[in-house]
Design a protein around this ligand. Structure first.
Ligand code: MG
Length: 204
């Protein structure tokens, strides 16, 4: 199983990190050892002092394919879940300044908490109008709507499949809206798609 993630897919999040707006999706991957399920606690690692939450919609790939045309891309994912793309912002910043890859800042153990439930695509009225959000200790921190994505689900699938064969079970994090910030020990993170709570876990 491969885990892809798209960076810089929401304009206001690009602004908050002073990044450039990309003309193609910014792609990175996480290893399968990054996944946390069953609302397992996230243990703050000792190597970073600035672990940021990034709540994201996650596509589940349901069919093998490569060089997929955008008009057929909708056939290649069947469900949408919620994930957190935890990011060691200090390590990422250091790597970015040197023009080096930031894998360790994104792919460390536990950096991809995932909802157990994935909602079938057929249950959404409009994939271009999905609300999702993150609360910390009951306070709203991030909220996004898929209408604000720079690159649509279909575009992302088509783009990724030019370089990587997509396989059933692969997951795609589709980018975070603005509002990222550092998490602390004791925080409880709750993630929602529309009004349904799909994730709830503690930072330890
Ligand atoms: Mg992200």
């Amino acid at each position: 199983m491969k885990i892809f993630a798209i960076g810089r897919n929401y304009a206001e999040h690009i602004q908050e990190l002073n990044n450039e707006r990309p003309d193609e999706p910014v792609v990175f991957t996480k290893p399968d050892t990054a996944v946390l399920r069953n609302n397992a606690p996230f243990y703050l690692p000792g190597f970073s002092k600035d672990i940021h939450h990034e709540v994201e919609l996650v596509l589940r790939v349901c069919k093998e394919g490569k060089n997929i045309e955008e008009k057929f891309a909708h056939k290649y994912f069947d469900a949408i879940g919620l994930g957190i793309d935890f990011t060691a912002r200090d390590l990422q910043q250091k790597a970015k300044e040197k023009g080096l890859p930031w894998d360790i800042a994104k792919g460390f153990n536990g950096s991809a908490p995932l909802s157990d439930k994935f909602i079938p695509v057929s249950e959404f009225k409009n994939l271009k109008d999905i609300n999702f959000s993150l609360q910390i200790d009951g306070e709203l921190k991030q909220k996004g709507n898929t209408s604000l994505m720079l690159f649509s689900f279909d575009y992302i699938i088509a783009y990724l499949s030019k370089f990587f064969t997509l396989r059933t079970g692969d997951l795609i994090f589709t980018g975070t809206p603005k509002g990222v910030s550092a998490v602390k020990v004791g925080n409880v993170l709750s993630g929602y798609i529309e009004n349904e709570k799909l994730l709830e876990f503690e930072v330890k």
